[in-house]
Design a protein. Structure first.
Length: 489
């Protein structure tokens, strides 16, 4: 191998290693700017009661889609070891990142034998996004991944890449693989769906594309049907929540996901390079699995936008992932002229560099902001402070009156809030709880009205502003942003 080719292979591998090291260092800090509190609360409930954990956010005996097989494992780890939920989340992050890196490597190996392909694919997945920063659970851009690496979505997408690798090999086998292997694939598919439902949709669309591309025999289709039936059985029997009832979730989910359809060019513009790569792949093979995968994902995303089912936008990774992989693979595609591969690699490298610059603020989760160059520091977004400051007084199971932002964090430490910080499809009195909290914090609510709400929900603590001081509340301490912790007396 000539020195240029050797360097061309080593460079993406070295950069990919640096990205993984950066994410491992991020895990040490575990920045909080999203749903981390929800997952911490889920582990906390499972630590205390694995069989009947109840609602993770409010003091109510309801099921929850957050009680997945993966979270059950993490809850068991917390229960057995006595470790803090934040330590357990760091363990989850290491496992999730490991699954993602190894899963990408294994799946890309089914698409290309080139030694640089897995590294290029990983870099495309985390850097080939758009000129504007975009963070969302289930989307593995570098900055988004830094904030969500401990989430079930990362575990699920990592497992998904392994699932696709195993499925592809099973479909390509000269002789039909055993029924047992197909059964394992069916159970694995169900575990992904239970662990993160939106990623499960992406996983399913990818699997469907791979099956269509393989054009399997009748024998294989029978085994595939059995695997599907076994997976559906597990979904139906899962005791912690009714999986199939999620299909009738309310309008709250649509409003939350509408931003997925905004600023598409800014958030995902660089992926157009991958779309061009998919066109080239289509010209070579009209049954290309990445092309079929992209079409299925794009159709579902478009259908969501056209019908107002904006939660379908969570299927967008089903269009992004095949395009990102195609962009990476085009740089190492055998049979193309050397100058074409080199030219594509240069364009890809330039776009990845711009993508890395867009997400350069991720360095701030590892390096103090004061030590960063000013242009990089400007891209850094300070994580949330959290509510650890209330824990010397507020204990596990106490009910806290708080508005939406603190309600998204306080349950992570063990207490409940009056209303959940996130929409809860399984909580029957959610609207009444929301109204009670809004009424409590309204400036024109009387002291007697506030005390009646506190009694109804057995509230022991209130987190709010100084203006709340009045009868029935004793000021205990002041936290960041002049928030005050009051004891209900």
């Amino acid at each position: 191998m000539n020195p240029t080719a050797r360097a061309g292979r080593a460079l993406p591998q070295a950069v990919a290693v640096l990205v993984v090291v950066l994410l491992l260092l991020v895990i040490v800090r575990l920045p909080w700017a999203g749903d981390l509190g929800m997952h911490a609360a889920t582990i906390e409930r499972l630590r205390h009661n694995l069989l009947h954990p109840g609602n993770p956010l409010v003091d109510a005996d309801t099921p929850s889609p957050y009680y997945s097989p993966w979270m059950l494992v993490l809850g068991l780890v917390a229960k057995v070891t006595g470790l803090s939920v934040f330590v357990v989340l760091r363990i989850a992050a290491v496992v999730g990142l490991g699954l993602l890196v190894t899963g990408v490597w294994r799946y890309v190996r089914t698409l290309s034998a080139h030694r640089a392909a897995p590294a290029l694919a990983l870099l495309s997945l985390v850097l080939l996004w758009g000129p504007e920063l975009f963070n969302w659970s289930g989307f593995v851009g570098l900055n988004s991944l830094a904030l969500t690496v401990s989430y079930p979505s990362v575990f699920a997408i990592g497992l998904t890449f392994h699932f696709w690798a195993w499925l592809t090999r099973a479909l390509r086998a000269g002789e039909p693989v055993t029924w047992a292997r197909w059964a394992v694939l069916g159970l694995l598919w169900a575990v992904i769906l239970l662990s993160h439902q939106f990623t499960g949709v992406v996983s399913s669309l990818g699997a469907l594309a791979m099956v269509i591309a393989a054009r399997p025999s009748r024998q294989v289709l029978l085994r595939l049907a059995a695997a599907l039936a076994l997976g559906m059985l597990l979904l139906g029997l899962w005791p912690y929540y009714d999986f199939f009832s999620l299909f009738s979730a309310g309008a709250d989910l649509e409003a939350i996901h509408k931003p997925l359809y905004e600023h598409l060019a800014g958030h995902f513009g660089f992926v157009l390079l991958g779309v061009a790569a998919l066109v080239l792949r289509l010209r070579r093979d009209r049954w290309d699995p990445l092309v079929l995968f992209f079409v299925l994902g794009a159709l579902m995303f478009a259908a969501g936008g056209l019908t107002g089912h904006y939660s379908w936008g969570r299927a967008l990774p089903a269009a992004l992932i095949p395009a990102q992989l195609a962009a990476a693979l085009e740089a190492v595609t055998a049979g193309r002229r050397a100058w074409e591969r080199t030219g594509w690699a240069c364009v890809l490298g330039a776009v990845l560099a711009v993508g890395a610059w867009t997400q350069a603020g991720t360095l701030g989760y590892v390096v103090p902001k004061s030590a960063l160059p000013a242009p990089v520091a400007d891209k850094y977004h300070t994580p949330w402070v959290g509510y650890h400051w209330i824990t010397p007084w507020v204990k596990y199971g106490d009910v806290v009156m708080a508005q939406t932002f603190p309600a998204r964090q306080i349950p992570a430490y063990g207490p409940y809030t009056v209303t959940p910080g996130y929409p809860d499809f399984f909580l029957p009195d959610e609207k009444q709880r929301d109204a009670a909290v809004s009424h409590y914090f309204a400036t024109d609510t009387s002291a007697a009205g506030r005390q009646a709400i506190l009694r109804k929900y057995e509230v022991r603590w209130v987190v709010g502003s100084k203006s709340l001081a009045g009868p029935g509340l004793k000021r205990v301490t002041t936290g960041p942003g002049d928030q005050v912790l009051y004891r209900v007396v």
